[in-house]
Design a binder for this molecule. Structure first.
Ligand code: GDP
Ligand code: MG
Length: 438
């Protein structure tokens, strides 16, 4: 492996030190990218100056370029900005652990309550949901439906009893029935107002929650951060849940929330479905924002839903960029198991960009055609795509009921994918190498 690595990096000449010029140039781009992502202006300013300070004068190891050193620092600082390490849920040493969900209307409180129950359930906990939103029409029903889907009980006293009383009795029931977690869903308003805050404070005083999680819609960018700031000032939040990250590719709220409020992001929600909630990993979010793709999450996901050997094998192949059409087909089929293609593509390094390219429009129908083309290949063609000349391509089109253009497009995509994997394996190796050198 070492000799391979030396090969890859032997070509890149080290420059001795990172100069101020190198840094300024890189930071111009980073600054623009952050502002475009709707990151708070002050946060950007502070961030840029920290990175500059750390980067200028850094020794560049023989095998790296200044850009690599800078990217590494940006990555680390971005991670730091978002809290550094994963911030876990508090756990009461006298169960039940009480979690109160708060936030504006439509932020995703009720949905997140359901998702969190599912996550806890997976860890063998026994949550109880408490329907504390008596104002929004059908809010109770919404929680009950989620509870039915999850087979998690929902405590409700209808909409004529005060939320404070509902919360209090909910916890009593949880104790009696030995639930180790209680999740209290509460009402939201369109804007922060005093009535809302008063009610939430009363609930807080009554149930003394171990966690007060603010649910915010990440698509609202800096507004999400402002909301977090006001709620934190009044409620002393213990954590933030960012929702709708599936719709927010810019990640601005994720970057600013911790820096502005001091409150850690504990979970990230990336879809409407019940399993679309994950513990928030600052490091992964940082690399994702940097466009390197959230490879760790992808591999983790792959490991839980694909058979583990296959995932490892795939990872090995990606590293080595030994990738054939057989792997491509297998991967396509496994990827289907992982979830919506768009989401997966976002997590793959470089894929985020590729999605925008005209010739890579992934939808499931198209995928079926791709599979048909690959299945028409002989074993030799799958393993050595370079032999696919014009007449073979013609045969493939006929055999799969597609057109030559489609076959050509697929082969082109395949080549691009392979190229990207090579690049990515370079990056991964680079990381490993750095670890070794430390
Ligand atoms: P609440 O008023 O805060 O309780 O918000 P709800 O839980 O009722 O959610 C409001 C809407 O946002 C619903 O249509 C949810 O399906 C949707 N939603 C919640 N979380 C997410 C998410 O992570 N991604 C997407 N795309 N939609 C979400
Ligand atoms: Mg609700």
């Amino acid at each position: 492996l070492t000799s391979r690595l030396q090969n890859v990096f032997g070509k890149l000449k080290g420059k001795g030190k990172v100069t101020e010029e190198d840094v300024n140039e890189a930071m111009r781009e980073v600054r623009l990218a952050l502002l475009e992502a709707d990151v708070n202006f002050k946060v950007v300013k502070q961030f840029i100056s920290t990175v500059k300070e750390k980067a200028v004068g850094q020794e560049v190891m023989k095998s790296f370029t200044p850009a690599m050193v800078i990217i590494d620092i940006v990555n680390k600082e971005l991670t730091e900005l978002m809290g550094g390490t994963q911030s876990k849920l508090e756990k009461s040493n006298r169960p039940p652990t009480v979690i109160m969900m708060v936030g504006l209307q439509g932020a995703g409180k009720t949905t997140t309550t359901g998702k969190l129950a599912k996550l806890l359930q997976k860890q063998n906990h026994k949550p109880l949901l408490v329907a504390g939103d008596i104002y929004r029409p059908a809010a109770i029903k919404q929680l009950q439906t989620l509870g039915e889907q999850l087979k998690v009980p929902v405590f409700s006293l209808g909409d004529q009893v005060s939320p404070v009383e509902i919360a209090r009795q909910g916890i009593e029931l949880a104790k009696k029935d030995h639930h180790d977690y209680v999740l209290i869903d509460t009402a939201g308003r369109l804007h922060i107002d005093e009535n809302l805050m008063d009610e939430l404070k009363q609930i807080r005083e009554t149930v003394k929650p171990d966690e007060i999680l603010l649910v915010v819609d990440s698509m609202t960018g800096q507004d999400a951060v402002n909301v977090a700031e006001s709620f934190h000032a009044q409620m002393e939040l213990t954590g933030v849940v960012l929702t709708k990250l599936d719709g927010d590719t810019r990640g601005g709220a994720a970057i600013s929330v911790k820096a502005v409020t001091g409150c850690p992001i504990k979970f990230a929600a990336m879809g409407e479905k019940l399993d679309a909630l994950e513990p928030f990993h600052p490091e992964r979010m940082a690399s994702r924002i940097l466009g390197m793709g959230d490879m760790l999450t992808l591999i983790e996901k792959a490991q839980s839903s694909i058979d583990e050997d296959k995932a490892k094998e795939l990872e090995r192949k990606m590293r080595k960029a030994e990738f054939t059409f057989e792997d491509f087909l297998e991967q396509m089929e496994q990827v289907k198991k992982l979830g919506p293609l768009d989401q997966i593509m976002d997590m793959m390094p470089g894929m985020g960009k590729m999605k925008g390219m005209k010739n890579l429009n992934v939808d499931d129908k198209q995928m079926a055609r791709v599979v048909a083309i690959v299945k028409s290949m002989t074993t030799e063609e799958k393993q050595h795509p370079e032999i696919l000349n014009a007449s073979r391509r013609k045969r493939l089109a006929a055999g799969s009921g597609t057109s030559i253009q489609e076959v050509n497009r697929l082969i082109k995509q395949f080549d691009e994918m392979k190229k990207m994997m090579k690049q990515f394996s370079g990056m991964m190796n680079n990381k490993q190498m750095k670890k070794k050198m430390k």
